[in-house]
Design a protein around this ligand. Structure first.
Ligand SMILES: Cc1cc2nc3c(=O)[nH]c(=O)nc-3n(C[C@H](O)[C@H](O)[C@H](O)COP(=O)(O)OP(=O)(O)OC[C@H]3O[C@@H](n4cnc5c(N)ncnc54)[C@H](O)[C@@H]3O)c2cc1C
Length: 311
């Protein structure tokens, strides 16, 4: 692939496309890890995104879509293709209309939640502390404290694999525990409409503050991570099993089981994605050996291993 040509092409087709060459992915993930992408593209508008995807498709370059990078571990070899990033650096418009909120996929979930509170709309209190984009939250059916995206989303506009824009209703989104139709379909979420309920803004704020306190007192938010590393196993908690297995604080080079919350693998000091991936494997093996429970990853691991000859 001639990345220089593609870079030139992307920078000229639409003025709202920002393109970076050989961009370290550690600048775009909450883990602060990940080798370079050949090109990283941030479309600032929906039209810019559509033009980007069309161009990428024409060249058949490998493409990876990310949101705010908060549920991702990108390997140290990076991604030898184009990473398209949809977050609040680009498509972030939010509109409130009665009890309905429609927002672009790049809007931060925390911003949308705050806008709902200010408008006296209840239903997104659970989402105030989830650091992802709205598109990533729909993809993951993000949730916390008894709430999930599936409870509020009514429809999603997408750009599908054939380059067409279409709309799906909630029933068509195949929402489940940390999953949605997008895990299979490969469609790109453009915007999301949510239906909320009227409530006193002060009461909503109080709930949000309580949840925020719970989160900050229990989670290692001062360390790079991708949030909960594992999904909840049936009838239990990953953090509890990891703790009882004696792994609290376990370190593998720069990666560590958070001493504050065993469900989080954190980066603690100098480290690389390989350290994190290795520690995740060690945790899974120990928990399986001790309890027969296979912990399933919630964090998504992507990209290439670093080769021997890589710098
Ligand atoms: C400190 C911390 C706390 C967290 N707490 C929670 C929590 O309480 N609950 C919870 O559920 N999660 C939590 N998370 C995980 C994470 O924030 C969520 O999974 C979030 O929804 C991911 O959104 P993102 O934009 O960062 O997606 P990314 O991590 O960038 O991407 C995740 C997946 O979504 C896909 N994606 C992103 N944008 C789009 C789009 N526009 N269209 C289609 N697919 C897209 C990507 O391709 C990728 O496969 C936490 C993470 C951290 C770091």
């Amino acid at each position: 692939m001639n990345w220089e040509n593609l870079y030139e092409r992307l920078t000229t087709i639409n003025s709202k496309i920002r393109v970076y060459q050989d961009e370290p992915m550690k600048k775009h993930t909450n883990f602060r890890l990940g080798g370079p992408a050949a090109l990283l593209v941030i479309p600032e508008t929906e039209a810019a995104l559509i033009a980007t995807v069309q161009t990428v498709r024409e060249t058949q370059a490998p493409m990876l879509l990310i949101g705010n990078g908060t549920n991702l571990l990108i390997r140290d070899g990076g991604f030898p293709g184009i990473v398209v990033k949809i977050n609040h650096q680009g498509m972030k418009a939010v509109t409130v209309e009665g009890t309905k909120i429609t927002a672009e996929a790049g809007a931060l979930l925390s911003t949308v939640s705050k806008r709902a509170q200010q408008a006296g709309l209840s239903g997104l209190e659970f989402a105030g502390g989830i650091p992802g984009s709205l598109g990533g939250a729909v993809y993951m059916n993000a949730g916390a404290y008894g709430g999930e995206m599936k409870d509020v989303v009514t429809s999603v506009r997408v750009l599908n694999q054939s380059g067409e824009v279409s709309t799906f209703t909630r029933e068509e989104l195949a929402f489940g525990y940390r999953t949605s139709r997008f895990h299979q379909a490969g469609d790109i979420v453009l915007s999301v409409t949510m239906e909320l309920m009227e409530k006193d803004p002060g009461e909503i704020l109080l709930t949000m503050k309580e949840l925020d306190f719970k989160r900050t007192s229990k989670q290692p938010l001062d360390k790079p991570s991708a949030g909960s590393t594992f999904k909840r196993p049936e009838g239990d908690y990953a953090g509890r099993l990891i703790d009882v297995a004696g792994l609290r604080g376990l370190r593998y080079r720069g990666a560590r089981v958070s001493p504050k919350h065993c469900g989080f693998v954190i980066l603690d000091g100098e480290g690389c994605a390989k350290d994190v991936e290795t520690l995740i494997g060690m945790i899974q093996k120990t928990v399986f050996d001790q309890f027969g429970v296979q912990l399933e990853r919630e964090v998504i691991i992507l990209g290439d291993e670093k080769g021997d000859g890589d710098e």
